[in-house]
Design a protein around this ligand. Structure first.
Ligand SMILES: C[S@@+](CC[C@H](N)C(=O)[O-])C[C@H]1O[C@@H](n2cnc3c(N)ncnc32)[C@H](O)[C@@H]1O
Length: 275
């Protein structure tokens, strides 16, 4: 039985889930141009059906459905509250080619060979058995259909100069994710994971983005995902409050400075299903 994974929505109450939905909406805006790039890799315009695994509140699925009004986009997520928001989004924006379902990505409620494309963004880093999920994506995708993964890799980010306690923060994040089944360095492993599932013609586009070219304040707030709660790294004894405060104050200063270089590593990976 797979571990719950590192994105556990049971930890969200009414306030924190609202903040998380906002964060995911901002992140999909932030990645808009890369999502368009992704569609190009899919030859998206002619595609009739696409599945978004772990779609959350549906912002990216909605972008897909607008970019290809002739194709049906279906999003699945195990969190009912996200699916409710996603259905409201489709209804309010009168998007008719967009549907959502509550489902676990280890056991998708679709027949074999249903979709022309299966896609997932920022989900495989959170699951304890990414190979099982990719195989499930492959099962529901037609032969010669495409599988796309949009991921990041925290170990490939660049910070110059470095905030104090950067390494400790990184190790703590790694440890906390690992204990629940996630992997903040999944991005670099996605190519071999797809290959091991028999996916062919895999292309990898690394997108190394300078934070200063985007929204610096969003980068900072995204780093502070815990909100006003006691930070889990402190709770688990991985960092002291003092170390964490130092890390954050250095990070904020460095991110806001024009004399620093901070970049964020994403990867766009697409391959074809061979059955
Ligand atoms: C970081 S969010 C990404 C949401 C969305 N893909 C996006 O790009 O905005 C991770 C999502 O994966 C979902 N998730 C995690 N494990 C899952 C599972 N086993 N089955 C289905 N969804 C899952 C979570 O509920 C959450 O919505």
């Amino acid at each position: 039985m797979a571990k719950i994974g590192s994105y556990n929505t049971k930890m969200f109450d009414d306030n924190t889930i609202t903040a998380e939905v906002k964060r995911l909406e901002q992140m999909s805006e932030y990645d808009k141009e890369d999502i368009k790039k992704f569609c190009k890799e899919f030859n998206f315009e002619g595609i009739k059906s696409l599945l978004d695994i772990g779609c959350g509140p549906g912002f990216v699925a909605a972008m897909f459905s607008k970019l290809n009004p002739n194709g049906l986009v279906i999003g699945i997520d195990r969190e009912e509250r996200f699916i409710k928001i996603a259905n409201e989004l489709a209804k309010n924006q009168e998007i008719s080619n967009l549907e959502f379902k509550v489902s676990d990505c280890y056991k998708l409620p679709f027949d074999d060979d249903t979709f022309e494309c299966s896609f997932s963004r920022y989900v495989l880093e959170h699951v304890s058995e990414p190979i099982a999920v990719i195989n499930e994506m492959k099962r529901v995708t037609k032969p010669e259909g495409k599988i796309g993964i949009f991921e990041w890799d925290a170990g490939l980010n660049v910070y110059y100069p470095e905030p104090r306690f950067l390494r400790k923060y990184f190790d703590s994040e790694m440890e906390i994710k690992r204990s629940t089944g996630g992997d903040i360095c999944f991005g670099r492993k996605a190519y071999t994971a797809l290959r091991s599932c028999g996916i062919k013609d895999i292309t990898v586009q690394p997108v190394n983005e300078r934070v200063a070219d985007h929204n610096r304040e969003f980068f900072i707030s995204n780093h502070k995902w815990f909100g006003t709660r006691v930070h889990p790294f402190v709770q688990m004894g991985l960092m002291s409050q003092g170390e964490l405060d130092t890390y954050y104050s250095d990070l904020e200063e460095i991110v806001r400075s024009d004399d620093s270089y901070i970049s964020y590593q994403k990867l766009i990976i697409v391959g074809k299903v061979d059955k």
